[in-house]
Design a protein. Structure first.
Length: 132
């Protein structure tokens, strides 16, 4: 039994990226779907597909690499909040990742959004992870 599904999501992407795989399959959930959509919108992954099966479904993610150097688009995925130590942030003190070059994925009352959107909507929430 996996106690932290978001850490599992990040670890699967991190391991597939470091191994140079083109595709990774992850068990689906609503938060993982929202995080996948954010990674796609921000340009960190090439494509994704949600497949439904009899249990919970699967997310298939096509990872993105630099065509000439084969360096992954995602250089670091870091879990911020975890089950044993939740990290919350208000709209004013929302973290800036690499001075705005990276993103923080935040779970708010408006849904799972990036740190930039949270500042724009003036909402705070639980900081799930940092991506750059």
């Amino acid at each position: 039994m996996n106690t932290d599904p978001i850490a599992d999501f990040l670890t699967r992407i991190r391991n597939a990226s470091s191994a140079g795989l083109k595709m990774v399959e992850i068990p689906s959930s609503n938060v993982k779907r929202a995080m996948t959509q954010i990674l796609f919108d921000q340009g960190y992954i090439t494509n994704y597909k949600f497949e439904e099966d009899d249990k919970q479904g699967i997310i298939k993610i096509a990872l993105k690499y630099n065509p000439s150097t084969k360096v992954p688009a995602i250089t670091k995925l870091q879990r911020a909040s975890r089950p044993g130590l939740r990290k919350y942030s208000g709209a004013v003190e929302m973290p800036r990742v690499l001075n705005g070059l990276g993103i923080a994925i935040v779970s708010t009352s408006k849904g799972v959004i990036t740190d930039k959107e949270a500042r724009k909507h003036n909402v705070g929430g639980e900081v799930l992870c940092y991506v750059y």
